[in-house]
Design a protein around this ligand. Sequence first.
Ligand code: SF4
Length: 326
Amino acid sequence: MVALKKKNQEDKSSQKQTGKIESLVIFKCNCKCIMCSVGLQIQRSMGSTDYHAVRPHEEIIKDIEKAKKMNARGFAFSGGEPNLRRDLPELVAYAKKMGLEHIEVQSNGRIYAYKDYCKKLIDSGVNNFVVSFHSYLEDVADKIMGVPGTYKQAFQGIKNLNELGQKVKINIVLMKLNYGHLEETVKFFLNNFDVEEFRFTMTMIEGNVANNTDIMAKMSEVAPHICRAIDISNEMSQGKVGCFVYNMVSCLVPGQERYINDLGQLDTVLVGPEFETSLDESRKGKKIKSPVCRKCKYDKVCYGVWRSYAEAFGLEELKPVKEKQA
Ligand code: SF4
């Protein structure tokens, strides 16, 4: 009985709370990112008005109401490029009316070059602007985003948001083209923008990358750059800028394990056309570990690597962390 009670407590403590509902509101985009995770859906949706291209307004309203019911702290508009929806300000205003604390829009940042539009979104209630911006080098950034001129527009866009009092969360997806100069990219962003958070995200094998894995770098090659980038960010901002690392394992970032997103306590529920999935559950089902992980200090809390990554690169990079090392 005591053992059962203890197990129930353990199960409960390992359950994550829903921190955010992320709603895929559109499968259209004004960029063609080489690593886009929904690139195949976007190719099918461009020029189309069908249900999967732009989800109906009422459906997004239901997603917002679900977030409220689940007591989530935040709601994220994702896609595709959510700013291509004409009703976005209206939907944001509804999320605000429902009392959701964090209202996030994930974007490539191009449209924020229009300051009046930025103001409209802020007035509607957006208070978390996440902009994907992958390099301080213009040619590299544009190559990754697939559309020349994106760098200039996103740069102006972030300036506009900053001038309107909004800090920006920067998402940097890491691959062969940009990981080698990540430290310079972080310095550049901190010198030019008012940054609230960095999201260092390893490329995943899905969407456009499924047939183009050559662009990917190994986790063990990228990890030292992420560690140095975090140090630089902490030093330059005196720890005021948050850092999160996605699709990475603790054993490859010694000393920086606390920045690994998988170890956090808040789950995100992803909602799209005809599907709903807890990202935490999805990680549990689709990530794998090596037999050596059993000797690792993080074995109980670490999900390991995506199965597709292991199929492409193997599991030899994983090195168990001993109790004393951590
Ligand atoms: S459990 Fe495995 S993958 Fe996770 S940190 Fe430890 S060695 Fe790395």
